[in-house]
Design a protein. Structure first.
Length: 93
C-alpha cells in the first residue's frame, strides 16, 4: 500500500475513533442529565466504520453501556476484526 494511502487511512481511523469516544461520553452525559439520548445505532455506527477502539475506551472510561452484552462483546469483536483487517492490508495477504 502506498504511503499516501496509509496516511489517509491513519487519519480516518483516528477521526472515527475520536468520534466514537466522544459519542459515548456525550450519551453518558445526556443520560445523567435526563436529556434526549443518542440511539444505540448511532453509538454503534462509528464503531462499525472503524472506531471500535474509541468506542471500547469510551464505554469503559465513561462506564456507559457496559451492562449491554452487545456493546460489551460487540465492540471488542469489532476491534479484533478491524485489527486483523489492518494487519492483512499491511502484509498484503
Amino acid at each position: 500500500m502506498r504511503k499516501e494511502l496509509w496516511q489517509l487511512l491513519t487519519a480516518y481511523i483516528l477521526a472515527v475513533n475520536l468520534a466514537a469516544f466522544i459519542l459515548m461520553g456525550a450519551d453518558k452525559r445526556r443520560a445523567r442529565n435526563g436529556a434526549r439520548r443518542l440511539s444505540e445505532r448511532t453509538l454503534f455506527l462509528p464503531a462499525v466504520l472503524g472506531g471500535a477502539l474509541g468506542g471500547t475506551f469510551g464505554m469503559h472510561i465513561f462506564h456507559h453501556k457496559t451492562r449491554h452484552w452487545y456493546f460489551r462483546f460487540g465492540f471488542p469483536l469489532l476491534l479484533l476484526a478491524q485489527i486483523l483487517g489492518i494487519c492483512r492490508l499491511a502484509t498484503g495477504i
